[in-house]
Design a protein around this ligand. Structure first.
Ligand SMILES: Cc1cc2nc3c(=O)[nH]c(=O)nc-3n(C[C@H](O)[C@H](O)[C@H](O)COP(=O)(O)OP(=O)(O)OC[C@H]3O[C@@H](n4cnc5c(N)ncnc54)[C@H](O)[C@@H]3O)c2cc1C
Length: 454
């Protein structure tokens, strides 16, 4: 059995996955029936043992190049296919920064963040350089906001009121509105996004994975006796193997629909990153070096920020969310204007209320960068087998990261890899990560998934 993996999902540990070889041309494969997918069976203990510990990576074709001599952690051989250029800016993982925090309204995320935090350290050690700068984290919001209350309950410590000790010096940057509260926690940080993706691509290649960009996957199917996965690209190439992981971000519902006929509710949203000028006298105070926190503000609008770091004198403060978009025909100017529909105006109003002494909103944001979310109706991830009679446990999907998946990238990648190789994730089980929240079957008969029960 020769597994396949394609795309760069979440810059994760593809090194644990299997290999590919080019398939001979074959006639078109039958489509799945409209009733797809049937209920997904529970994860069992039997994995794909034939995909397990191979020790030495060797290319099937092309002899033993330098990569062919490298050992993989599990010896699995991996092909990653990316539609655009590596490190492109057309998806969700580009840019200078992403925040990490382990305070969450939903209790199923903190264990995954803490697992990811350890794996970020492992990856940085393997790479020999840092992509994550630790900071504190601050949550703030209306006292009676259920999400804010749940976040505080998840481990944040409420700050003492202004003028009373002990308070960190950076707290003076915030004018917490009447009826609001603020709570700090230790696990925060800024991850350099594009640098982190590049790091994982380099680590994957070092471990023997084959990384191909400018290669668009247009179909995934089973072939022959149903033992091989065949991945077809827009240039007519075919690759086959035993396993495949689909991690195509905002393109997920399109690809899954064309492969299975099933509507996976992953809605692409256009969103905007905004950088604002710091007021004179405050440029150093709000930096990572000065210990300024990443922060999240609950209520409406939901605002997030990373400290001043990448552009001295500027701070990133942006709004969670944005309007629906088609990833293949984007209007790059959406939301960049003033007034109704603008994605910067609500942020400016929030800044003027909560950080008026430190951040300058006159003239709007100095820099804006478009990006995409891939939203599920409940904002929970999809981490599951594609299922159905055709794919069963041989194809795994990681998608719907709903604007908060980057921080957990290394954990998500590890879990996807174990699901593909073993049929279950021991890493998730050991870390207390409950995968039932991420199953596709939560949408069976209920388009809102977990949102209905929460
Ligand atoms: C502005 C913004 C701010 C964010 N801030 C945070 C934050 O502070 N903290 C946090 O944790 N998360 C944050 N996120 C969310 C996080 O960045 C995303 O959850 C994460 O990057 C999603 O990664 P992905 O792999 O699903 O998608 P992508 O990174 O888009 O990767 C999918 C890849 O699949 C490729 N692809 C698509 N179709 C095909 C095909 N047919 N064949 C081959 N390849 C294909 C695409 O080209 C793309 O490279 C933020 C997101 C945005 C947009």
């Amino acid at each position: 059995m020769l597994p396949i993996i394609y795309s760069t999902i979440n810059h994760s540990f593809h090194k644990t996955l299997p290999t590919y070889r080019k398939a001979s041309r074959s006639p078109p494969l039958p489509r799945l029936s409209a009733s797809y997918p049937p209920p997904i069976s529970p994860i069992s203990n039997h994995g794909c043992s034939s995909c397990r510990p191979l020790v030495r990576f060797r290319r099937d074709r092309g002899g033993r190049g330098p990569h062919g001599q490298l050992r993989g952690a599990r010896g699995a051989r991996v092909l990653l296919l990316e539609r655009f250029d590596l490190l492109h800016h057309r998806g969700s993982s580009h840019g200078e920064s992403r925040a990490i925090r382990d305070t969450y309204p939903q209790p199923h995320y903190p264990p995954m963040v803490r697992l990811a935090r350890r794996l970020w350290d492992d990856a940085q050690r393997d790479a020999g350089y840092a992509v994550l700068t630790p900071t504190p984290h601050l949550d703030l919001g209306p006292r009676d906001d259920p999400n804010f209350r749940a976040v505080v309950a998840s481990g944040a410590t409420e700050l003492a009121p202004t003028g009373t000790a002990p308070r960190p010096a950076w707290a003076e940057a915030f004018r917490v509105p009447e009826g609001w509260a603020a709570a700090s926690s230790e696990l925060g940080g800024v991850i350099k996004a594009t640098k982190a993706v590049a790091m994982f691509q380099a680590l994957a290649a070092k471990m023997g994975a084959v990384v191909r960009d400018r290669t668009e996957v247009i179909d995934v199917a089973k072939q022959g006796e149903g033992t091989k996965i065949v991945v077809k690209t827009s240039s007519g190439e075919k690759f086959h193997g035993a396993k495949c992981i689909i991690t195509v971000g905002a393109w997920t519902s399109k690809l899954v629909k064309s492969v299975t006929g099933f509507d996976l509710p992953v809605q692409p949203l256009h969103t905007l990153l905004c950088y604002w000028k710091l007021k004179p006298g405050h440029k150093r105070e709000l930096t990572t070096e000065a210990g300024f926190p990443t922060f999240s503000s609950y209520g409406d609008p939901c605002i997030y920020s990373t400290p001043s770091m990448e552009y001295p004198g500027l701070i990133k403060i942006a709004m969670h969310g944005g309007p629906p978009c088609d990833p293949d025909s984007r209007d790059w100017t959406i939301g960049t204007g003033e007034g109704v529909g603008g994605l910067a105006d609500p942020v400016a109003r929030w800044i003027d209320e909560v950080m008026p002494g430190h951040v300058d909103t006159a003239g709007g944001p100095v820099l804006r960068q478009a990006c995409m979310y891939s939203m599920t109706p409940d904002e929970d991830f999809v981490i599951d087998f594609l299922g159905g009679e055709e794919f069963g446990r041989d194809v795994v999907v990681g998608a719907g990261f709903s604007g908060h998946g980057f921080k957990m990238g290394p954990a998500i990648g590890r879990i996807l890899a174990e699901l593909a190789l073993d049929g279950e994730s021991t890493t998730a089980a050991e870390a207390g990560v409950e995968l039932t929240h991420f199953r596709i079957e939560r949408f069976d008969g209920d388009p809102m998934g977990n949102a209905t029960s929460s």
